[in-house]
Ligand binder design. Structure first.
Ligand SMILES: C[S@@+](CC[C@H](N)C(=O)[O-])C[C@H]1O[C@@H](n2cnc3c(N)ncnc32)[C@H](O)[C@@H]1O
Length: 248
């Protein structure tokens, strides 16, 4: 197994360590992720059902799937994946997130294997998964290409990676930084660095360089009148998501 450079950015991890206690407070610092979760879960379940239930034989496409939630935080996505029937490993580079995630899973009666580790360490250990969820992490790592290469190596051939992040343009600066951090104060100032945001074309290019085959991209769009998020085919201007397959 080739050696992987460490892609952890210590200043980013420090931000998440400082907020760890708030993961499961829907009105706390992770409010935007709580608000996006129904929309994110719709997309993830559609992609998993499409990829692993092609012959419609499986009564539940999640059953028997080994899924990695990399950069799992407090487990906002690990838990619904486990509830749907997947065998879940949640991994995060911020140590303080893991006890919060473990206690919440235990209280929810869910078995999730939470680990304080990184994508590159898991890849070096030869771990393999049917699905890698890589949600809102790539904008926080030191070296996106090395990080995405490690996530690709964690997939079995034919496996599915779902990767979401934030676009880089004047609108995303206005919405994700000025709006969410300064005006709404949903997130602490400095949570996001605009220059670490990645455009959809750049991400698709990085995913290809990492050895993945991107098959889908969609926007996650916030409607301030309905106060809800939806999936969009056309509007990838701020939050967006991609689905990729590791070629056989
Ligand atoms: C914005 S949160 C997203 C949490 C979760 N994926 C979600 O969408 O609900 C980013 C998470 O990535 C973790 N993280 C940042 N860099 C990482 C790295 N190189 N390896 C693993 N986790 C990382 C942070 O500690 C944090 O928990």
């Amino acid at each position: 197994m080739q050696a992987h450079p460490n892609t952890v950015d210590p200043s980013e991890i420090a931000k998440f360590e400082a907020m760890a206690a708030e993961w499961w407070d829907p009105h706390g610092k992770f409010k935007p992720l709580h608000m996006m979760n129904p929309c994110r879960l719709d997309y993830i379940t559609q992609q998993i059902a499409g990829e692993f239930d092609r012959d419609l034989k499986a009564p539940n496409p999640f059953q028997g799937l080994r899924l990695l939630d990399i950069g799992c935080g407090g487990g906002l996505l690990s838990e619904p994946m486990a509830r749907l029937g997947a065998t879940v490993v949640g991994a995060d580079a911020a140590e303080g997130n893991l006890p919060v995630a473990r206690i919440h899973a235990e209280q929810s009666g869910l078995e999730i294997d939470y680990r304080h580790t990184t994508a590159e360490a898991l890849a070096e250990a030869g771990e393999k998964f049917d699905v890698v969820l890589n949600m809102e992490v790539v904008e926080h790592v030191a070296d996106p290409l090395s990080y995405l290469t490690a996530t690709q190596q964690l997939l079995k051939p034919g496996g599915l990676e779902i990767c979401s992040t934030i676009n880089r343009n004047p609108k995303s600066y206005a919405v994700a930084i000025v709006g969410a951090e300064v005006v709404m104060r949903w997130l602490p100032r400095g949570t996001h660095e605009w220059n670490k945001f990645i455009t959809p074309d750049e991400l698709i290019d990085l995913l290809r360089q990492a050895g993945l085959d991107p098959v889908d991209r969609k926007g996650f769009v916030f409607n301030p009148i309905l106060w809800s998020w939806s999936i969009s085919d056309r509007d990838l201007s701020v939050n967006y998501v991609t689905a990729s397959i590791r070629p056989e």
